[in-house]
Design a protein around this ligand. Sequence first.
Ligand code: HEC
Length: 254
Amino acid sequence: MTNNNDHWLNLPGISLPLRTLFTGYLLVTGLGLLMAGAQMQLTHGMADGEWGFSINDIVYSYYGNRGNSRLEAKLNGSMKDKAPVEVRTHMIQWVQDGAPEALWEPEIKTLFTTHCTQCHGHIPGLPDFTQFQAVQQVSEIDKGTSVDTLTRFSHIHLFGMAFIFFFLGLIFSLAVGIRPWIKATIILFPFMFLILDALSWWLVKWYPNFAVLTIIAGMGWAMASAFMLISSLYQMWILPFKQNSYDENTWKRE
Ligand code: HEC
């Protein structure tokens, strides 16, 4: 008995039924991970309005596009000529401060009644800016993913991915010719990066600079899984046919 379990069950020497089972699992899992990557491109990749996944997409998705509310966009757009620049700047500043109701009566309301309510309050169909609630509605800022959604994403992601990584690691643990501590490290990687990944979404929600961490974590677990997947397939389907460089009983390099 040695401390190396390479000989009782190993990928190159595994029985055909188990080899088939493992291969089916690995192929479908690999495909699933590729699809997950594609889906991420489609849902988050366009968050900043440009193709391709970038740091900005992560920031817009989780932190939100905080520079933008409808009111601000209009004041810089089709309503630009309705008030002089000092008034518009003042309104935008108030919106960016979170449109606090405390300042509405004393300060902001008069700006709207002077410049906006001759239309917004009289023309049917336009939001009525004599009312704070109507102004508040168009001042709402895109704050990214809500805590509710993040909690849901996190637990689904953690449970689901842990399941995938468990079987991936289990199969890879039967690989031969890799030192146990290196193997253990590779098996541990996806789990650690997974935690980091989920943690980074929460951090980005409040501190957008952590978006870098999301990228690093995602690449980390993707690379570790790809390595386990490819080397497991290699050891089951290619290595047995090159077995002259290995001792068939122990699957150790001679
Ligand atoms: C002369 C009339 C008029 C005045 C004055 C006016 N608006 Fe408008 N506003 C409109 C019309 C018409 C629309 C709808 C067309 C559009 O969105 O450009 C509109 C749309 C808007 C919208 C989008 C509403 C929505 O439901 O999406 C906002 C926000 C807005 N205005 C803000 C303002 C602000 C702030 C002022 C004052 C600085 C102002 N408007 C002054 C006529 C006016």
